[in-house]
Each structure stands twice: as C-alpha cells, then as structure tokens.
Design a protein around this ligand. Structure first.
Ligand code: SF4
Length: 316
C-alpha cells in the first residue's frame, strides 16, 4: 500500500524501445546535473529495458491501458514498426504497444533520431512501415497521425540526435515536470535547445569568418566547413552551447558536425567531404544567400589575418 501511495504522488515515466542501438540509453547514463538517479528520485521510473531489474513491462502496459496506473511520460527510443520479425516486446510489436499507450500518456517524448525521424532503420526499403513516431524523415508521415496530440495538448515532443545529448532530455523532462511551457519548432523539437546551430559557440568561428580551412581532422586550427563536410552552419543543435561531458564537441575536437539532429542525417553520403559546384559549397550557411556567401568569402579571402594563418602555438 505504501509503495502505491508513492506511485500516486510521483509522476510516472515508462521508457520503451523500438528498433534502436540503445545509444540514447547509453547517453542518458552520462547525464550530469541532474544525474539520472537524481532524476528518477523525482520521477517514478516504471520500466526501462536496460535499467529495470524486473521484466514486467507488459504488466505495466496493461495496467496503464486499463487505467490502473497513470502515465505522465512515455519515452520512446528507436524507430517504430508493426513487423514482429524486426522487433517484439512479448508478443506485441512496438507499434501495438504505442497504440495501447498513445492516449494514456500525458506527454510522449521521442528520444534520438530513430524515434524522431526513423533514421537508419527507415532506410530499409523492403519494409516501408519503419518510421519515426510522427515523422518519416522530412514528412509528417510517422507512425502517429500528423495532427496527433496527447492530453497535454502537445504533439510528440522530439529530441533528435544520434544520440541525443543527455542534458537535452533532462532539461526537457524537468520543464514538463514543472508544467512549464515548451515552444516547439516545425519538427516538434524544443526551440530552447534547437533554435541554436551547432556552429553557434564553435571555437573555430574565427577560422570560418576568415576562411582558413583545416586540411585534416583533429587539428586545433582551421574550420571544417569548406573541405571536410562540416554541417555546423546548417544543423539545429546546441552541441557547442551544451558541451558533451561538459568538455567538448565534435567540432572542438576537429571532427566535422555530421548533422545528426536533422531529418536527412542518414540520407546523405560522403559525410567528410563538402559537396561543391564550381568551387562553391552546394549548401551555404542557413539564412545566407549563395550570392552573399560568395561575396563575403571572396572579400575575406583577399584579406590576411596573421593570427589565424599561424599554428596556435606559434601565435604571440
Ligand atoms: S568547424 Fe563547423 S561548426 Fe565550427 S566554425 Fe567551422 S563550420 Fe562552424
């Protein structure tokens, strides 16, 4: 009886997985401030496929479905399918589980690009029913209807990334826990996080402005946009604002941003190469016309910046 009272007082969270590499689970284990055990001391974790000791997910799903248990947060990791040859939870497909719970959860959160956009599993051409929860790549043709909303009035709240950063998840869930409003963008991503570009806050911005390109990965100097395929200026993600492990990011370490928070992440080829047309990148920074980009680049290239043209160790 005591534990039942606690369950009633706390908000309940159920985490289920579809077609997934478990990467977002691995990511949230690295959450800091709050750490994941602190989060789950406030929120009652009903079940998580990797963290729960008891394998009683179907009992919990049935209790929620029969209104014997309330569900505040349904967190979905992985792409959705009804094909049981690909994925099963007991005798149910992940799609059947979602059907049972979709009108019971106050909030549904899709974590990671597979649950959000379908991502790599959705590339499988033989099975077209593999999707994200509310999107399949760019289209609002996910598993749930495009106008679907939970009782909170929100559509599926999308936290993309391959994987997503743990703080993007904890920040979102704490906002909802305290019933604070979330503003979402056109892909239902929280704007507070995804209105930034991965380029914002990158320590290579000075090289970007002066058009000094890195020739190789892993070096301290140079921007990775022009030759090495960096998608920082076209990718909505706060990777250089909320650092990974509070220390670094891909671009800080000399690796291009591969745009893994966007719908087209797995549709692209040659991640480490910038596609160009007569020497001009095919995709220019968001908000800038090609003409403006060519003009500004041309001017920057005619001017020499002594500082950024040297190795950092050699600067005064
Ligand atoms: S490396 Fe990428 S994110 Fe960093 S400044 Fe260059 S283009 Fe922007």
């Amino acid at each position: 009886m005591e534990s039942f009272k606690i369950r009633l007082a706390m908000k309940n969270l159920l985490w289920i997985q579809g077609l997934s590499c478990n990467g977002n689970t691995q990511s949230i284990l690295n959450a800091e401030n709050p750490q994941i055990y602190e989060l789950f001391s406030k929120i009652n974790l009903l079940y998580h496929p990797s963290l729960s000791v008891e394998n009683n997910v179907l009992d919990i799903v049935e209790d929620i479905y029969r209104d014997r248990l309330s569900l505040d947060f349904l967190v979905v990791e992985g792409a959705i399918t009804n094909n049981k040859n690909f994925h099963k939870i007991g005798d149910y497909s992940i799609g059947e589980i979602i059907e049972k719970l979709k009108n019971k959860a106050r909030y549904i959160i899709a974590i990671g690009n597979c649950a959000v956009f379908g991502n790599i599993p959705s590339l499988y051409k033989e099975n077209k029913d593999i999707k994200g929860l509310q999107f399949k790549f760019k289209e609002k043709e996910g598993f749930l209807p495009s106008d679907f909303k939970t009782s909170s009035g929100y559509p599926v709240i999308n936290i993309p990334g391959c994987p997503s950063h743990p703080a993007w998840f904890t920040q979102t869930i704490i906002t909802l826990y305290y019933e604070k409003p979330l503003i979402l963008d056109k892909f239902n991503r929280p704007k507070e996080l995804f209105m930034y570009l991965s380029h914002d806050g990158c320590i290579r911005n000075e090289y970007f402005e002066w058009k000094y390109e890195a020739e190789e990965f892993g070096h301290k100097e140079g921007c990775l946009f022009y030759n090495l395929g960096c998608r920082g200026p076209i990718t909505h993600a706060p990777c250089n604002k909320i650092l990974w492990n509070r220390v670094s990011s891909k671009t800080r370490a000399g690796m291009p941003c591969i745009g893994c928070t966007e719908y087209d992440f797995p549709l692209r080829e040659n991640y480490f190469e910038t596609k160009k047309n007569i020497g001009i990148p095919e995709e220019v920074p968001l908000g800038v016309s090609k003409r403006a980009y060519i003009t500004i680049s041309g001017v920057a290239k005619t001017l020499k910046n002594e500082r950024v043209s040297k190795k950092l160790e050699e600067t005064d």
